[in-house]
Design a protein around this ligand. Sequence first.
Ligand SMILES: [Zn+2]
Ligand SMILES: [Zn+2]
Length: 318
Amino acid sequence: MSSLQYLVNSTTSYNSVGEVFRSLDNPVIGHLNWLERAWASWYIYMNNDILATGLLFFLTHEVMYFGRCLPWLIIDRIAYFQQWKIQPTKLPSDREQWECFKSVIKSHFLVEALPIWLFHPLCASLNISVSVPFPSIKVMAAQIAMFFVLEDQWHYWSHRAFHWGIFYKYIHKQHHRYAAPFGLAAEYAHPVEVMALGFGTVGFPILYAWSAKNWPQYALPDLHLFTLTVWISLRLLQAVDSHSGYEFPWSLHHFLPFWAGADHHDEHHHFFIGNYASSFRWTDYLLQTESGPVAKAYREKMQRQRAERKLNMAAKTK
Ligand SMILES: [Zn+2]
Ligand SMILES: [Zn+2]
């Protein structure tokens, strides 16, 4: 039975989510906005929270991922857009895209389906709420911003480790099959990599919810499943976009200089080294792991200057 059944007469059975949605349009719960009503209708109609959460997450993943890949598939076929292709000589063939699609969909069912179905019991044990109304926009934005920063750090360090010796050879090499990435290739990876990097997306919200539950003295606002759904959707859009292979004059990093975007990750695929972070540029910049000839020339110039300064100092002290 759904935990949101209290919003309606629990003896009523509904034929569609839309029917529940309309039945929620009453003065008693009139304060709910349409998104909250849609959310509640889904849980009430499904009448089983485990199934409702599992299906919701699975569908969000499929719709966001493949839905965001679709415009890139179309753009690849329109000559006008080729002026903004980062590696213009390397357009993925239909066969390559088809092979990639088959592998990604297989991984979605095999690697990711089970954890998604176990998710609701875990959420329930960590007080991750599914009820309505949703938390304030301010709380959701702060939590999502924190997940972006934490995921980016996790991604940087684990991705850097995946470029090391046997980890690269047996695991990460699969993701580097395409030197010029395309949207669909975002999740084309070895199952171990999918799980390890997936921790950055799902693990930190779980740790956050655990902290909010077990350390009440810090008064951390509870995590809502809707916030988690929005976060995962944004993270999927970020992952697909960073593999798009296109750098437009209106790309986000022109307005937010620390945003990584496609141009940052494309260089990683092109040079096989550097630019390990997912969403932001600051860690690669600060730790001097930026990809490409410009960053390499800059690093070498700095090294030369340091060596010259040392020589000058040594000459002065003689
Ligand atoms: Zn890599
Ligand atoms: Zn990649």
